[in-house]
Design a protein around this ligand. Sequence first.
Ligand code: 8YV
Length: 307
Amino acid sequence: MTAPLEPVLMDELDRDFTTHRLWQAKDRDAFLAEVAPRIRGVVSRSAVGADAALMQALPKLEIISIFGVGTDKVDLAAARQRGIRVTNTPDVLTEDTADYAIGLLLALARKIVAGDRYIRDGHWKTKGIMPNSTRVFGKKLGIVGLGRIGQVAAQRATAFNMEISYSGPREKPNLPYRYFADPVAMASHVDFVILTCPGGPETAGLVNAAFLKALGPGGMLVNIARASVVDEDALVAALTGGTIKAAALDVFPNEPNVSDALLALPNVVVEPHIASTTEETRRAIGALVFANVKAHFSGAPLPSPVT
Ligand code: 8YV
């Protein structure tokens, strides 16, 4: 195990396997050198992943089971080359993550977090009624990456009578939403954008200065995907200069650190990467990680293979 996991999952792994906890090692390299020859499986989190160096250090490695759907921090090419199986946890976290994206959009536009702060900071008594917020229902929503999570977010938004557009590598003609091959063109068409696409080189910096300019001064951005999708300097500049109105972010480039430049801005809602962290979903993610590891070592088909 490269990082702490759900306690139930760690208990199950401890029960059925000989486990080692990499994050507890005082000297990571010495620890790895000691246990490396015996390691046949790695369990890691999406946020930590598994790089080529880790794989290289583990000559007997057969499977990497990722706690989370994102595999952007796993060197899949290196895994494929070695024939190492990689699994992730799709589907089980889709609905909660989509709920959270819609929650963040409402929190941002309707100033739900700001309202809480307004009372706690004593402003209701001293300044009176809080400034107005922005309507959500009936507005235009753009989704970058209409995969599992994006499609459920679109369903939820439909209940708010929103007009849905999306951008991604390919059109999905069976879905009743407007497709834009060019994300900047989509940004200029919509009021709000939710990012649900995978991280990695294909989407790195997709939300750049041009995208934010196209989204415009009333525009709002929700990111529950990966920080790499957004050029953070361009976002800070856009939020500071009024190029867009506000942003809600659940993901950051160097978690758990969040840049002071972002924290200094009043028009940003920040969350500690918790879009999928309900009790129910975390249990389901843990069960799927365990099922993949068990299946592999008993020669059964993997429930959710990536490689
Ligand atoms: C997890 C996520 O909280 O699934 C993912 O890719 O980002 C989240 O659901 C995280 O990966 C756990 O490390």
